[in-house]
Design a protein around this ligand. Sequence first.
Ligand SMILES: [Zn+2]
Length: 178
Amino acid sequence: MFDAIYLGILTARGLKPLSRLEYPIDETVLGWLSAQGLLTAVVTRVARNGARVHHLALSRDADLLSRYCAEFDRQPLRGETPGVIRREAHYFGYPACCAEAYIRTPHAPNHLTAAEQALFYHRACPGCRVTPRLIPAYRAALIEAQAVWRSTTSEESQQSGTDLTEMVRRSRSVENGI
Ligand SMILES: [Zn+2]
């Protein structure tokens, strides 16, 4: 759930044009996203076994959100083809250099520290010139998300995961982050 807040802030600040959550969120967080000026849409995908999976897409740009829905709603989950990686990088704000490097070599080492890499939903490419410039804004968004998280969740649920950076890293599947 922390990811919903972090992604909400990144998207509301325009650091990511659109974000996707792959788990249901409660009314409180949905209301909070809306108060940040974000529009949301449920996108239904079809898994390989035919099961329907519901994702929540969020963006402050109504046109971009409808384009994303038109492209992905009711479409099968195909996995990571180069085409899907490029399209998702476009929507999710992943630098094109990182998406292309990921297509060539998915887990090539980069120059970011583990804590820096954990700020992102994409893997920075080796020698990336774009991602390092994004670090201050992403770090500020993480700090802001931590403050919101503390004020909107009970102490009980906070105690279940106190290392927020670790939480972000563990829940990386929210966006099929590359
Ligand atoms: Zn890059």
